[in-house]
Design a protein around this ligand. Structure first.
Ligand code: PLP
Length: 404
């Protein structure tokens, strides 16, 4: 059974007050909160077996290596990758995207085309622009419609034998839209293009199966799924990871690995130069265990109830407009109040203990589409409640009164 009150006890931070009010944390799309089970994994690492991995013969180093590699296996299993060496530990989604973009620089030719979507996070736009500058490739954009959904017929028109790469997020962080990635992947493969899916916003809500999706690359960040910041994962099909050159081939790493051992080309280490975020990787594994113990089906069902409830309640407020109204969406609501700047609303909500995000949410092209400076974004997690949504609705009404 899914019991939100029991779940909330796992999150120490949910007990705290902000500005004298109980914290209502609705900024989950920026980063999720951390359960005690994950905090314990972090404390245990630094208290009992902190050591560098893959190098030492001593007990602590072996324990740390075992735990770190166990975390990789948990990630492999969670995403259903065929092999554990197809999981590259990264510092997060941004790192994973840059790793792939950098690798493709040597595979692209002038005039090749890369397709991104209008719904992308800046971290999924800028690396491709940089790649195009370096390689002479051309960037094409799948447009969106008024609901905040991608125009799939336009995507079909963009695809051709010139298309080498397609990059789309699984779920939009700014609007919550769930993109039809199965279709996107199939159509890209039909013209021989590779696909990278940015799963940063999807992984807190769904459990992707990279083999079923037949995706070439999939990236995620631990901190959006109950893990710590500064760690994430890149899944890549083995054939692709073998083709891509190392990302951080620093002198040290090459000297050590190439001349002393012959393990240079081995996956996943080829892409893991330097001491990684060992503790973070282990805690990422703990976060995956935690979320799976609750169950992604239950999480999705519950969050959908929260989304429907909050959407209905917020739309009762006169002058409130929601951006991103696709039927396929997760528990993110981006909205504005007529005639009021989102930042002012966000500031007043914080005074009432409610954490939301205001601004362009690293997705300026989306804001440009709607011709707005930004939105107020409330994003819900499985540990949020209807009572908290009621508090948000009351607070938004108060803010509206004060600001109009
Ligand atoms: C958060 C987010 C990112 C960036 O993740 P980092 O952890 O900052 O690297 C990229 N894409 C989407 C859709 C996101 O929500």
């Amino acid at each position: 059974m899914f019991n939100v009150e029991t779940i909330r006890k796992d999150f120490p931070i949910l007990q705290r007050k902000v500005n004298g009010k109980p914290l209502v944390y609705f900024d989950n799309a920026a980063t999720s909160q951390t359960p005690q089970q994950v905090i314990d994994a972090i404390v245990e690492y630094y208290s009992y077996y902190n050591a560098n991995i893959h190098r030492g013969v001593h007990t602590l180093s072996q324990e740390a290596t075992d735990k770190y590699e166990q975390a990789r296996l948990k990630i492999q299993k969670h995403f259903n990758a065929k092999a554990s060496h197809e999981i590259i530990m990264t510092s997060g989604t941004t790192h994973g995207i840059n790793l792939v973009a950098n690798g493709f620089a040597s595979l692209l030719e002038k005039g090749d085309e890369i397709i991104v979507s209008a719904l992308e996070h800046h971290s999924n736009i800028v690396p491709w622009q940089m790649l195009c500058e370096r390689s002479g490739a051309i960037l094409k954009v799948i447009p969106m419609n008024d609901e905040g959904a991608l125009v799939m017929s336009a995507y079909a028109d963009l695809l051709s034998e010139k298309t080498k790469l397609v990059f789309v997020n699984h779920i939009s962080n700014a609007l919550g839209t769930i993109n039809p990635i199965e279709e996107i992947i199939q159509q890209a493969h039909a013209v021989g293009a590779a696909v990278l899916i940015d799963g940063a916003q999807a992984c807190p809500h769904v459990k992707p199966d990279v083999q079923a999706l037949d995706v070439d690359f999939y990236v995620a960040s631990a901190h959006k799924m109950c893990g710590p910041t500064g760690v994430g994962m890149l899944y890549g099909k083995e054939e692709w990871l073998k083709k891509l050159p190392p990302y951080q081939g620093g002198g040290e790493m090459i000297a050590e690995v190439t001349f002393e051992k012959t393990t240079y080309a081995d996956l996943p280490h080829k892409f893991e130069a330097g001491t990684p975020n060992i503790c973070g990787g282990i805690a990422f594994g703990a976060a995956i265990d935690y979320m799976n113990a609750i169950g992604f089906d239950k999480i999705a069902t519950y969050e959908h109830e929260l989304l429907d409830y909050a959407t209905a309640q917020l739309l009762n407020i006169p002058g409130l407009k929601i951006y991103g109204t696709s039927k396929q969406k997760t528990s993110v609501i981006s909205f504005n109040l007529a005639g009021i700047h989102p930042y002012d609303v966000g500031t007043l909500l914080d005074k009432m203990g409610i954490a939301v995000r205001t601004g362009h949410h690293c997705a300026q092209p989306i804001m440009d589409y709607f011709k707005i400076p930004g939105t107020i974004r409330a994003s819900f997690a499985f540990y949020n409640t209807r009572d908290e949504i009621d508090a948000l609705v009351t607070a938004v009404q108060k803010a509206q009164l004060m600001l109009s």
